[in-house]
Design a protein around this ligand. Structure first.
Ligand code: B1M
Length: 222
């Protein structure tokens, strides 16, 4: 693998945000996710490869270590921060040059859930596909989703959940959106979900990744 991508993966895994950040002490003075992502881009590595080969596998390793009690929430948080520092540099590459948006896509992580990296990636890619994004952030309840649809008639909606405990919150959010805005198309995603769950809660589409979301939306483009 490209040595820069290897280092970048390590920076995210160990939560090294940038050269000046004092955490983790064993990486003091080394480049962090910020510098390494820029270096990778400068040497011509494709943004999609940076995501697929360095960033996403690094977060998987973080999750694995957390499951095994080898690291705890503060370390996961530093890794998320490092991932965010990398994503800042990738975002411009996923932005579309389209002048007229294909439509509006409202997205949020469901109530009770604070995970936003996957949701941000989906938002970034969908925006790159030419859609206008209304990002409601994390811990979003049904009222907030419905209010956003009131403000953006005809918008499609994306719900993200990373916890088995919060994926159940989707069911109520989907029900309340469909009650108030029956024609609204709802797309769901997040690591613990699958299509069976999507069908059970009455959402319209499940995608395991941002690409699937972009493909699904194409048929509704204005
Ligand atoms: Co937490 N966390 N976390 N966490 N965290 C997981 C999810 C966990 C699997 C770790 C583990 O135990 N192995 C576990 C969940 C277990 C479960 O429910 N079965 C877990 C836990 C338990 C927790 C806490 C409860 C820990 C605690 O406090 N004891 C707590 C919950 C807080 C809360 O939300 N209320 C917690 C907290 C956190 C941090 C805040 C520290 C941090 C999040 C920071 C942030 O997001 N800003 C964090 C992190 C970083 C993780 C892991 C390590 C990484 C998540 C991530 O960003 N992955 C995660 C382990 C793992 O995933 N391997 C873990 C990378 C990202 C690109 O992937 O989000 O899956 P993902 O998104 C993918 C797809 O799922 C899909 O596309 C994305 C790109 O491919 N996708 C969609 C996502 N949304 C979509 C929407 C779509 C379509 C596709 O359409 C709308």
């Amino acid at each position: 693998m490209d040595p820069i991508l290897m280092k970048l993966g390590e920076a995210v895994e160990y939560g090294k945000v940038d050269r000046n950040s004092p955490y983790p002490p064993q990486m003091k003075g080394q480049d962090g996710a910020d510098e390494l992502t820029r270096q990778a881009l400068d040497t011509g590595v494709k943004p999609t490869l940076i995501l697929a080969d360095a960033l996403v596998p690094a977060m998987d390793r973080v999750g694995q270590k957390f499951s095994e009690n080898k690291i705890f929430v503060p370390q996961m948080l530093m890794s998320a921060k490092a991932m965010g520092a990398a994503m800042v540099h990738l975002k411009p590459f996923f932005q579309s040059g389209d002048v007229k948006a294909k439509g509006t896509f409202i997205i949020g992580t469901v109530k009770g859930d604070l995970h936003d990296i996957g949701k941000n990636l989906v938002a970034m890619m969908v925006e790159g596909g030419g859609w206008s994004i209304v990002d409601l952030g994390v811990d979003v309840n049904e009222e907030t989703f419905n209010h956003a649809i009131d403000e953006n008639p005809g918008a499609l909606v994306g719900l993200s959940a990373l916890l088995t405990t919060t994926m159940t919150n989707m069911e109520e959010i989907v029900r309340r959106i469909k009650e108030k805005h029956p024609g609204t198309r709802i797309l769901v995603g997040g690591a613990p979900l699958n299509d069976e769950f999507r069908a059970k809660i009455g959402a319209d589409f499940y995608s395991p990744d941002p690409r699937g979301a972009v493909e699904y939306l194409k048929q509704f483009a204005a």
